[in-house]
Design a protein around this ligand. Structure first.
Ligand SMILES: [Fe+2]
Ligand SMILES: [Fe+2]
Length: 354
């Protein structure tokens, strides 16, 4: 993956005495790298060499897989590029380690790279002297290890198991949740393109997350009694009251998920734009955006699906029903966007039929 580091972090000014000390030339570093320390050159880990002035003097080939414009890295002030990724506290600690030693002039920690166009990256960062035998090293190796995928896999596997457990109870098909993920993702991509103030929250992370979390909307049904969940025919008032609890139960179950979007979707996917939904009768923008998107995706799919109590409704009639409920059930602005992507919804349904 490729990341542009565009945001700068204000750090205290570079200390004078350090600025005045002699710069290590790129040639000198090249010389060191071509000797016994050459593994850094060919390492699969992105490696930077920085000097005591915290200027980047070398970036290895692997950097181009992580950083856009990596050829321009040499010469840049390290914290102009990475300050924000570390945060002010760690940035100070790193500077202190390099200038004053401590822990063998070494630092280990994590950084977080983030732009609107790219999914967040979590990286372990190791900083240590290029030459270990110096009492006051002049150059430092900065080694990056991207652990985003392993972290994501581990986190998501726990919640996928939970989803599997809830599917054993719910009578909706497994394909339903795959489709709801796909519609929600496609919808968010469209909103990302529109951007602007209304959709400023939508970035690459939002799209990635909703494409996984939309499926969790009914996970709270794990707590709904089977005789209510599977009842043929209309539910009584109190049965409906129990049924509606699945939103709160879902939010409770997903409250440990690090991104609040999980909870928002579970809690608010039955809210309506006009305030007639449940569980809290939220209105308009009070309903989280992710939930408003999933609501349209979920209803479209529920209309298309054949269920024991209803036949499948075709695409044209289904989208017509959604248009008719613009401003009542659904966010009217989102329905306007939906009008441009109905064909994609149809394709997603057709490609993932039950
Ligand atoms: Fe639901
Ligand atoms: Fe659903």
């Amino acid at each position: 993956m490729n990341y542009i580091i565009e945001e700068e972090l204000e750090l205290a000014e570079e200390p004078e005495e350090v600025l005045n000390s002699a710069d290590t030339s790129l040639q000198e570093v090249e010389q060191i790298l071509s000797s016994s320390h050459s593994p850094f050159k060919t390492s699969i880990f992105p490696v930077l060499i920085i000097n005591r002035q915290l200027r980047i003097i070398y970036a290895n080939e692997a950097c181009k897989h992580m950083f856009m414009g990596f050829k321009n890295l040499p010469g840049k002030y390290f914290f102009d590029l990475f300050g924000k990724a570390f945060g002010i506290e760690d940035a100070r600690k790193i500077r202190d380690t390099i200038l004053n030693g401590g822990n063998g002039f070494s630092w280990k920690g994590t950084a977080h790279l983030k732009t609107r166009d790219t999914v967040s990256v979590q990286i372990r960062v190791y900083i240590f002297p290029l030459e270990m035998d110096l009492s006051a090293p002049s150059d430092f190796v900065v080694m990056f290890d991207d652990f985003t995928e392993e972290n994501k896999k581990l986190l998501r596997s726990v919640f996928l198991s939970l989803l599997e457990a809830s599917k054993l109870k719910d009578n909706d098909t497994g394909k339903h949740i795959i489709r709801v993920n796909e519609y929600s993702k496609r919808f968010s991509q469209e909103l990302f393109k529109i951007g602007g103030e209304a959709y400023k929250r939508i970035d690459a992370d939002f799209i990635d997350n909703i494409g996984f979390l939309a499926a969790m909307h009914d996970v709270g049904k794990i707590g709904t009694p089977d005789d209510i969940l599977n009842k043929e025919g209309p539910l009584s008032d109190w049965e409906w009251a129990v049924m509606r609890e699945h939103t709160k139960n879902g939010a409770f179950i997903l409250s440990t998920y690090p991104n609040p979007m999980a909870k928002e979707i579970a809690l608010s996917h039955h809210e309506k734009w006009n305030g007639a939904g449940y569980p809290f009768r939220l209105e308009g923008d009070m309903i989280p955006l992710a939930a408003r998107i999933v609501t349209i995706a979920d209803v479209y799919d529920a209309l298309r699906m054949e269920r024991s109590y209803k036949p499948s409704i075709n695409h044209e009639v289904s989208i017509q029903k959604i248009f008719e409920s613009s401003g009542t059930h659904f966010d009217p602005n989102l329905v306007d966007v939906f009008k441009n992507i109905t064909n994609d919804f149809k394709k997603i349904y057709d490609n993932n039929k039950d």
